[in-house]
Design a protein around this ligand. Structure first.
Ligand code: SF4
Length: 208
């Protein structure tokens, strides 16, 4: 599927056993802030500070590091649950299909990262029903493409091809000022992600 954008082979995130995310391949790491529109709906991603990267860097997974986004070893003493909860099923198996007049939408609810880009103009699930209207169609594409988790994917009705944003292989450190919270990590551009048990997750253009 075209939405499985392929990053260079070296770009990889490995979930280490009871430890941090081990990121290899000099993957750029940058703050990405959820920024609202006038109506206070999530609207834009605003890039911020970039962090130094290298052939291998370790990113905090337990949430306790004092050197975030990097690991400072706090996971060794912290009380946290290191169990991976993400589904291993391919996206197409997880996603429900919703056919609109001008676009098709796939929705894998379990992947939601609660960034709320799908909320403007009555939510994407209402918009998809109006995608014979060019404005509603454009907004539907925008909302799906801004979804960091890749929960939402729109595709062309004729070709069936996903309409994906061009994202460079990179990791976004998500900041959500409206909810006063940080995270998740946003893996962009088809970076390979490997479980602590050595098995790969499906490669996707957007994952959180
Ligand atoms: S992650 Fe995607 S589906 Fe979930 S709230 Fe954000 S935009 Fe909506």
């Amino acid at each position: 599927m075209a939405h499985k954008n392929e990053a260079p082979a070296a770009a990889k995130i490995v979930v280490s056993k009871d430890g941090p995310y081990v990121v290899t391949g000099k993957v750029p790491i940058q703050i990405q802030t959820i920024t609202p529109n006038k109506e206070k709906f999530s609207w834009d991603w605003v890039p911020g500070k970039s962090f130094p990267t290298d052939d291998e860097v370790h990113l905090c997974r337990c949430g306790q590091s004092k050197a975030k986004p990097f690991c400072d070893g706090s996971h060794q003493k912290a009380r946290w649950d290191s169990k991976e909860s993400a589904s291993r099923a391919p996206y197409d198996e997880q996603a429900e299909k919703i056919d609109g007049p001008g676009l098709n939408l796939q929705d894998a609810e379990g992947l939601c990262a609660f960034a709320r880009f799908c909320d403007p103009a009555g939510k994407i699930w209402g918009l998809i029903e109006k995608t014979d209207d060019p404005e509603a169609r454009a907004l539907t594409i925008r909302e799906a493409q801004h979804c960091p988790a890749g929960r939402l994917v729109v595709s062309d009705k004729q070709t069936g091809k996903p309409i994906e944003p061009a994202l460079p292989p990179s990791i976004g450190i998500v900041e959500d000022p409206a909810l006063k919270c940080s995270g998740p990590l946003w893996a962009r551009g088809g970076i390979a992600i490997e479980s602590a048990d050595g098995k790969p997750y499906e490669r996707r253009n957007r994952a959180a």
